[in-house]
Write a protein that binds this ligand. Structure first.
Ligand code: C5P
Length: 231
């Protein structure tokens, strides 16, 4: 994988036309395009198929969680789009096994969402879970690996702890900010260098690229930082 292939750009824009304009500006400076829930319900599904037809890699950030039959069929439907990555909540083995069955022999890679980074210990306690978030992240990452997922989404701060324990398991890290820039609402942001050194295989980058005056140049700068990070 070249450094730019490790950049997943979050297409957090309101409609497919804006997404297309952004993709045109980016050219081949990133490796994967992430379509989240907002864009999915504004024509994001057709955009996903269009990008796949152009030979681009697509990440469907649907964060599935439901009864097994529904998760299995939804995963199978998403696999048919030709997408490369799909997220599933890694809360329990039933959900994870259903997603693995649903992707069948397609090339879709499944990524587990362990604990959303906006939740702290008090939020977990509200759900009846008496555990620090990092311990729960590790527990759910183990469940995901055992079920046969391909990797997990983890913050830069969690990546190092997971990387030590989970071999041959992808770590996809959002909340990337370059040194000295605005962290916006990311409370646990890390630089591309720190994320790669912590063991991240892919970096999810939204606003630092999408809101840059020159998105392509911003992506290239991140790729250079990935290239020079020590692993
Ligand atoms: O603009 P920014 O770089 O903060 O965007 C990060 C992307 O990663 C967004 O699409 C956001 O939903 C996603 N994400 C995140 N934190 C997580 C999981 C996903 O920021 N824990």
């Amino acid at each position: 994988m070249t450094p730019k292939d490790r950049i997943i750009v979050a297409l957090d824009v309101p409609d497919p036309d804006e997404a297309r304009a952004l993709i045109a500006k980016l050219g081949d400076s990133v490796g994967v395009y992430k379509i989240g829930l907002e864009l999915l319900f504004e024509g994001g599904q057709d955009l996903a198929k269009e990008l796949v037809a152009e030979g681009k890699r697509v990440f469907i950030d649907a964060k599935l969680l439901d009864i097994e039959a529904t998760v299995e069929r939804a995963t199978a439907a998403i696999a048919k789009t030709g997408a490369h990555f799909l997220t599933v909540h890694a809360t329990d083995t039933k959900t994870l096994d259903a997603a693995v069955r649903g992707r069948g022999d397609s090339a879709l890679k499944l990524l587990g969402v362990t604990v959303l980074t906006n939740l702290d210990r008090a939020d977990l306690s509200e759900q009846g879970i008496d555990m620090p978030p990092l311990a729960l992240v590790q527990e759910r990452a183990r469940l995901a690996q055992r079920a046969g997922l391909d990797g997990i989404v983890a913050s830069g701060k969690e990546a190092a702890a997971l990387h030590e324990r989970l071999r041959n398991f992808l770590i996809v890290t959002p909340g990337i900010r370059q040194q000295g820039t605005d962290t916006q609402d990311q409370t646990r942001a890390v630089t591309p260098t720190i994320a790669v050194e912590a063991g991240a295989d892919y970096l999810v980058v939204g606003r630092p690229i999408t809101r840059a005056d020159d998105p392509r140049a911003a992506a290239q700068k991140i790729a250079e930082e990935i290239a020079s990070a020590e692993v």
